[in-house]
Every structure is written in C-alpha cells, then in structure tokens.
Unconditional design. Structure first.
Length: 734
C-alpha cells in the first residue's frame, strides 16, 4: 500500500466494521456481498470503488460500475468524489441501459445500425407496433398492441432475439403470430436506425456473445466490475455481466436475496442464488449488522424471512448501541374502517407528541388500499403524499370512471365527454372530434347533444355512426338503471358495458391488474354515499384539497415503492390472507410467489427504525357487502416474544378460530363477490346454461362458455370473449 493510501486510511476505512472492511479489501476474484437491510450497502460499494483507485489497482475507466437507477449512479459518483477529494474522470458508472447504449454506439455498425441511432420512447414503440400489426392485418381491438409490446419486452429481458425463442416461452398472441410480429418490429427498427430500451442490452449482449473482437475489447477494458442490487437483475443483464466478467473474474456483486421483490418486471432471484456456481471459488461476505432498526424489529424480520427456502441465509442483528426498543405491534381490528381510524389516530397522536410526519409512513400491498387512509387523513386535516404514484382520485383509470359518471348526471359536461368518448377506442379520431366541436359551436349545444345531431343527421356515417349511436344508447340505459338500481350497480355496469374493464383485462402490462383493483375500490367507495351527486361532490372536494403549502407530510406508498427508504414509524395495514399475501400472486405463482410475498413483508418491516405497527381486520368491504377475513399467515410466522398484540380480544380469538390449522400454498378463502357483480338485482328467472347461443345488442351473437350467478362469460363471434350480465343477452335458438 502506498504512503498516500496509508496516510488517508482513517478517512475511508476506519469507520467500517469488520465485515464491511472485508468486502472492501477483497479486491481479487469474484465476490458476493450479501447486504441485509440497513447494513451500509452503499457505503461498502462506494468505498470499494475508491479503494481500487487509491491503491492504484485500476484507473477510473477500468472499473465498470452498474446501478439500477440514475439517482444511485449520481449518489455513488458524489460519494467517491468525497472520498478521493476530487471528481474522478472517465468513469464507466451508470445504469445497465446507459452503459449498454454507450457500448452499442461504439460498435453500432456490427449490429446493423449507425452510431447516431435513436432510442424510441414507449409512445413511439407503441405507434410502430401498431403500424406493424396493421400491415399484418392483426385486429388491434382483439389483440391490443400494448400486450404485444409487453410480450416483446419479456423476450428481450430474457435475452431472446427473433428466431431464438424456445417453444415453452412462445405466446398465443394473435393466434401464435407474436414471433413473426417481433421479427418485423426489429427489422423496422433497423430501417429507422432506431432501438427501444430493451435493445440496448439485448443487442449489446448479442454482440458480446457472437463477436469475439467486441467481447475481447471490453474484457480487456474492465479490470474490475461492481454491481449494485444484484438480486434485481433479469436474465439479459445477467448474461451481459457474465460475458464481461469471464476473463478477469474480478466481479463484485452487492445485493440481498431477501429483498428480491421485482419478479413481475423480469428480475430473477436465481441469479444471486447461483453466484457461487457461476463463479467457483467466489468469496461470500455477509453484512448482518443493521444500523437502522431496533432489536425487536430486526428479530421479527429475520424470524419471518427464515421461513423462505430459496435464500442464501443471513440473520440481521443490531449494529447500534441504542438498539433496544418497543416490540412490533400487531393490532386486530373489527373492520377496515376501524383500521383507517386507528392509523389516523396514531398518526395524530405521534404528531402532537413531536414526531415529524415526514418520519411516518403507511405501506400497503396494493395501491387501491390507500383510498381509505387518504380520506381519513383529509378528515383529520393531516397532510400526506403518495410516493411513487398518484393520489387515488388522480389516477387515470379513476378519472376515466368518474368522467363516465359526470356525463351520466350532466350530459353537458364537455370536458368529461371528451375524455371518455374514445376511451376505450371507438374510432373517434381528430376529424370526428373536430366535427363534434364545430356542430356544438354552430348549434350552441354540448358535445353530447352535438353527437346526437351528427348521428341523427347521418353526418356520421358507416361504422362510426353505428358506434356512436350505441354509445349514446348505453347512456340512456344507464340513466334508467340509475333510477332503479342505484349508483353503485350503475357504475359497475357502466364499466363493464362500455368496454372499459375489458380494455384493462386485455392489457398485459404489469400495471393493469392494479388498475382493475383501483376500479373495484372505487365501486366499494361509492357504497358509502347515499346518492351519486353526493359522491361526485365528495370527489371534487377531495381533489380541491389535494395540495397545501406544508412540506412536512405523511408518506403513503406500496411496499414495492418503499424499498430503499426508512422511517421512524411504519404502519403495515391489511395483513390478511388474500390481501397480503396477495391472492392473485398465490393463484398464479404458488410457492415461488409466496416466498416473494414474504420477502415483501420483510422489506416492509425493515423500513421501520423505531416503531412497526402491523394491522389486520376481521371484516373488509367487498363491493357493497362485508366479507370476513382471516389474518395473514405472515403474522403467525412472527416471533411471539417480540410481538405486542392489541385490539379486541374477541376479534383476535375469532380470527384464530377462523384461521386454518395449516395454510395451503393457495389460501382457501370464502368466495368474495367481485366488484362488478350485482347482488342487489333480482335473479333472472330463466337461467342461461353453458353452451347456449345468445345475442347481445352490442357484441352480437356468441356462445356461453361459463356462468357465475348472473355473470356470463361469452365467446362472441365478432368481439371475442366478454363477461356480461345475463339480463342483457337473449337466448337464440335452442
């Protein structure tokens, strides 16, 4: 070690604990740093980077450092500069995509591109895919372009070029034509001298794999590789890193297998679990001293995560001298409304006692859960912010649904009408919309009335005239329904019959299921109001109250959005089977998904520095009815000696009696009424059986393929599979 380094040693090594220092100084060969929550991961990574420079093991441009966000890259750059005493120049430090783009531009010609290629954003990608599908005569209504885009991205995340997709990874999109469309899309990108974000790594990895000169260039260039958040890598990122690291093998990956929570966007936990197999002789360093949380919080988190089988194994322990603290609290409540009151009351009490709202957070499993807490905070006058998302009534799908309601009660609401007239798509383009506006101005009427005129006069012709006539007819039917069935049933029916729910059901993006859950929560919210106008007035007041000048606010977010953050006090509501663990995840993924749900619970608990309050309710409102719930299996997995339970003893006892003695992988729950169901409507006298041929005014002829009470799944000849109410179809034939 040089005299310069020895003289500066206390500045960057002395503050490290033994495990952290080991991770910094183990410079040669493959190293996996298992960094538990709050154990100083970022400090280790940046100190290791500076150590490589200060010990003259590498020049700045010989270290490839990969992060997942631009924010993390900026933070690392600043921290390294602080250790060095000056900014380091010529760094290869950035996100996977930024570094991939830099490599690809250098060798663009070998990938069939020019070095000034464009990188398309999501809108441009979608527009290009629509052109490809139109040329191939694929019905975009039956096969949504964004579903194809999601499938292509999944293939790119797994490193598949066109023609390389194995049979088990194929898609039935457009009757098995997805691979052909993918190939056409890639050809079109090359013609345009463009890539999408997925190509930045896919094409670079393809070059590294198939062009020895390109591979040798970068293997020589990088003496050391540092990787942050390794547990979140997908397959193409994994292949890219392995190819670059094979020559020098000086790769250091920092991550936490217990915080791998992003499988839904392509992350593969197996990448970190098989590190030792990929790099024989690898050194494993475990960072287990947590400097964030109290001992009871760490004990609860460690005991919970120990139930997972797919993990490398480590146990968090307090790294602070003042780690004693209150036990994790589990609050049993009668219903979800009492839960919102409890959380609001605790927040209010802590705030009055001097704790900053900025040091409190409500972490939910799914975005729709924030609504009850938002409305409670508004009632109490407590300022809050939604981290990583929009407030409930600001979300696009909620604004769309409310626009339908506004047009229902006030057809002259032009802003609402314009928002929904082509949502979902009804063939109303700019020309048609301009015609509506011109007629409205000429006749001095609303857009709704102008549309009625254009349909009646025949100025709208052909398919558009039929579509708009049907659209206006539906509003007449919904207004009649509002008088007989009420606003809750009417909204559920509107969302179905307008095609709005079908639009999101067909959407294959990761956000689509959450949007459907939000719509169901909106239907539930309406049940609290006697009239539709009362509900709409409430929404207007909530939206008006959305911002104030106070900067200190309570945080609300999903558990996914909370990773990397920390708060003095953390509320974890909704710990019930079917809510958390999430039923959809269990139904679709079984044991593997259950373990990811448990990792999500671990992330939630370890966000808390001083207080962690978990709550569960015996009853939750499902649609307009109350449904009994049982506590999450995760509560049973918490260590009793570090728990403090509160709430009604009778509730807690009834929960224990309700819970099965041993949870199956998929929870056996009572059937819950779907938000779109219409329990208040009298049952149809003549049940329509499966297999019957039926006719629907909007969708035409079809065959019933499944029946659930008054809901029918019908395969329509022209419109494909739809779910509709049985009273809106007529039997046709025997």
């Amino acid at each position: 070690m040089s005299a310069y380094v020895a003289g500066r040693e206390s500045a960057y090594l002395e503050g490290l604990n033994a495990a952290q220092r080991d991770a910094v100084e183990a410079t040669e060969g493959p190293v996996l740093v298992l960094a538990g929550a709050g154990t100083g991961k970022t400090r280790v990574l940046t100190t290791r980077f500076a150590h490589l420079l200060l010990t003259r093991r590498a020049f700045p441009n010989q270290i490839l450092t990969v992060t997942f966000t631009n924010k993390a890259a900026r933070e690392m750059r600043e921290r390294v500069a602080a250790i060095l005493g000056h900014a380091a120049e010529g760094l290869w430090l950035g996100t996977f995509h930024a570094l991939g783009a830099r490599m690809l531009r250098r060798f663009a010609d070998r990938a069939g591109l020019q070095s000034n290629f464009s990188i398309l954003d999501t809108d441009d990608q979608l527009r290009l895919l629509k052109q490809i599908m139109e040329a191939a005569r694929v019905d975009a209504k039956r096969w949504p372009p964004n579903a194809l885009m999601a499938q292509i991205q999944r293939w790119k995340d797994r490193g598949f070029m066109p023609g390389e997709i194995p049979a088990e990874q194929d898609s039935d999109f457009a009757n098995g034509r997805a691979q052909t469309l993918y190939a056409a899309y890639q050809d079109r990108l090359k013609t345009l001298n463009a890539t999408d974000f997925g190509d930045l790594l896919l094409l670079t990895t393809h070059l590294l794999k198939n062009d020895p000169e390109v591979l040798a260039t970068y293997q020589r260039a990088f003496r050391y590789i540092l990787v942050d958040e390794y547990q979140d890598t997908n397959l193409v990122q994994y292949y890219w890193l392995r190819l670059l690291a094979q020559a020098q093998k000086n790769i250091c990956c920092v991550g936490d297998d217990d915080q791998s929570i992003y499988s839904w966007r392509g992350a593969e936990i197996e990448n970190i679990l098989k590190f030792e197999r990929d790099f024989p002789g690898a050194k494993i360093v475990k960072l287990e001293a947590n400097y964030r949380s109290t001992a009871p919080i760490l004990a609860a988190a460690s005991h919970l995560i120990s139930h997972n089988e797919g993990r490398l194994g480590k146990t968090l322990r307090p790294g602070r001298n003042d780690a004693a603290g209150d036990n994790v609290e589990v609050v049993a409540l009668w219903d979800s409304e009492e839960e919102a009151r409890m959380v609001g009351g605790r927040v209010e009490h802590l705030s009055r006692a001097g704790e900053s709202l900025a040091e409190m957070a409500i972490l939910v499993r799914a975005g729709f859960q924030t609504r009850a807490f938002e409305e409670r905070m508004i009632t109490l006058g407590i300022p809050y912010r939604i981290i990583g998302g929009l407030r409930f009534y600001e979300r696009a799908e909620i604004r769309d649904a409310i626009a339908y309601l506004r047009v229902l009660v006030q057809p002259a609401d032009d802003l609402a009408f314009e928002r929904i007239v082509n949502t979902p798509k009804r063939g109303v383009g700019d020309t048609s919309l301009r015609a509506m506006h011109e007629r409205a101005r000429t006749a001095q009427v609303s857009l709704y009335a102008a549309t009625e005129m254009l349909v009646a006069s025949g100025d709208f012709r052909g398919k558009l005239r039929a579509t708009m006539a049907e659209f206006l007819k539906l509003f007449q039917q919904w207004r009649a329904l509002l008088q007989t069935e009420g606003h809750v049933v009417t909204l559920a029916t509107m969302l179905d019959e307008s095609g709005y729910t079908a639009m999101w059901q067909a959407d294959k993006s990761p956000e689509a299921p959450g949007r459907l859950e939000n719509l169901k929560e909106l239907v539930r919210a309406m049940a609290d109001f006697d009239t539709l106008q009362g509900f709409l007035d409430h929404v207007s007041l909530v939206m008006e109250n959305e911002e104030n000048a106070e900067d200190t606010k309570l945080s609300m977010m999903t558990l996914h959005g909370a990773k990397g953050l920390e708060f003095e006090t953390v509320f974890l509501p909704g710990w019930e089977e079917g809510v958390f663990p999430n039923q959809r995840a269990l139904d679709e993924g079984g044991l593997k998904s259950l373990e990811e749900e448990r990792r999500l619970a671990y992330v939630g608990i370890t966000r808390a520095k001083k207080r962690c309050i978990i709550s569960h309710a015996a009853n939750r409102r499902i649609y307009a009815n109350w449904q009994s719930s049982i506590p999450s299996r995760f509560i049973e997995e918490l260590p009793k000696e570090f728990l403090q339970t509160s709430g009604s003893a009778a509730i807690a006892q009834s929960h224990r009696l309700a819970a099965p003695p041993a949870f199956p992988i998929i929870a056996q729950r009572p059937r819950q009424a779907d938000a779109w169901e219409q329990p208040s409507r009298p049952a149809r006298a003549d049940k329509i059986p499966v297999g019957a041929r039926v006719f629907h005014q909007k969708f035409g002829y079809g065959v019933v393929i499944a029946a659930d009470d008054d809901r029918l799944d019908i395969d329509f000849e022209a419109a494909g599979e739809k779910r509709v109410l049985d009273r809106f179809v007529e039997r046709h034939g025997g």
